[in-house]
Design a protein around this ligand. Structure first.
Ligand SMILES: [Zn+2]
Length: 86
């Protein structure tokens, strides 16, 4: 369980705006959707198996990622990462 608070600018990413809202703990309630998105991009680019543990994400309730599903943010990032593969 990660209890740090994310202060990164990715909390305000435009790509997070249209994600579905979620308050489910298993989808990362009150966790940073920006961190989930960037982990997805990294995993997608590097060809890693899709794997997100929302309890490992820092906390955040700020910005465009507020109340967004972290699992959806991860999937979106993963797809963007795959599209960026060299
Ligand atoms: Zn973050």
């Amino acid at each position: 369980m990660n209890n740090t608070l994310c202060q990164d600018d990715h909390r305000y990413l435009g790509v997070l705006t249209n994600l579905v809202e979620s308050q489910k703990p298993e989808e990362g309630r009150h966790r940073c959707a920006g961190c989930a998105y960037t982990k997805g991009v990294d995993d997608g680019i590097n060809g890693n198996v899709r794997n997100i543990n929302v309890d490992d994400l820092p906390l955040s309730q700020a910005g465009t990622g507020r109340h967004k599903s972290c699992t959806d943010a991860y999937d979106l990032g993963y797809n963007h990462g795959v599209a960026q593969r060299p």
